[in-house]
Design a protein around this ligand. Structure first.
Ligand SMILES: Cc1cc2nc3c(=O)[nH]c(=O)nc-3n(C[C@H](O)[C@H](O)[C@H](O)COP(=O)(O)O)c2cc1C
Length: 220
């Protein structure tokens, strides 16, 4: 991809508020978007996320009443993704999930794994004070979900696929739906953010952004 093509793809990406519901993203293209999510970086490499791809239109209908930010997105997106973030019980330094990540995924030796766990314990308890509330650690996991979200949207744009991030939902109500209708264990996961993917129905409005000089300071 040339320098110009990179910037072009960032102009191509916009918050697509309504999709052409007759156009479906080919499976192999959507697989690339998911791969961008999977390969995203995360703090300590603990991947505190799970991706629900909601193809079932009845399930999307359930989301509609509590997702004010996606009234035209939910019914028209080719693919709709809910990014779940892990909660405290599976992110604590001594949880089974962290042990699984250290040994089964990263393949650390016992010595290296325990050194890493000790570092993570200090990070959680002291450096970032993540254990002060359930919300603090959940929000920390959510931050990382947003990295995956950004990568998914950027890669989609490179593939000429439109997208829109969706944060316009009622958190408590959506969690109830996750538990009752989506078989999500809400003790372990909450909704970080959602996103629709598909093909635009109309051209986007002109992009508005601050000037680079107003948001960047070079310290030399
Ligand atoms: C985390 C996040 C959540 C968002 N939530 C919504 C949403 O619920 N509904 C919506 O229509 N747009 C949503 N947006 C889109 C933003 O309003 C949009 O990205 C912003 O106004 C900049 O416009 P652009 O993306 O077209 O450049 C969200 C964007 C982000 C990054």
């Amino acid at each position: 991809m040339s320098d110009q093509e990179i910037i072009k793809s960032f102009y191509f990406r916009h918050a697509c508020k309504i999709f052409d519901k007759n156009k479906k993203i080919p499976q192999e293209k959507f697989a690339i978007i998911l791969e961008a999510a999977r390969l995203s970086p995360s703090s300590f490499g603990f991947e505190p996320w799970h991706f629900l791809v909601v193809n079932d239109m009845q399930k999307r209908e359930k989301l509609l009443s509590v997702t004010w930010g996606a009234q035209n997105i939910l019914p028209t997106a080719s693919h709709y993704v809910i990014i779940l973030a892990r909660k405290k019980p599976s992110l604590l330094y001594n949880s089974n999930y962290i042990t699984h990540m250290l040994y089964d995924v990263h393949g650390f030796t016992k010595e290296k794994g325990e050194a890493r766990r000790a570092k993570y314990k200090k990070f959680q308890e002291e450096d970032f004070k993540l254990l002060e509330s359930e919300r603090a650690i959940f929000d920390w996991a959510c931050k990382q979900c947003y990295i995956a979200l950004a990568n998914m949207m950027s890669v989609a744009a490179m593939l000429k696929i439109d997208s829109c991030a969706v944060e316009g939902f009622e958190m408590e109500k959506i969690e109830q739906i996750m538990q009752d209708e989506f078989s999500v264990d809400t003790k372990l996961f909450g909704v970080a953010v959602m996103a629709g993917f598909g093909y635009r129905l109309k051209e986007p409005p002109k992009k508005t952004r601050q000037k680079l000089k107003d948001i960047v300071t070079f310290l030399e």
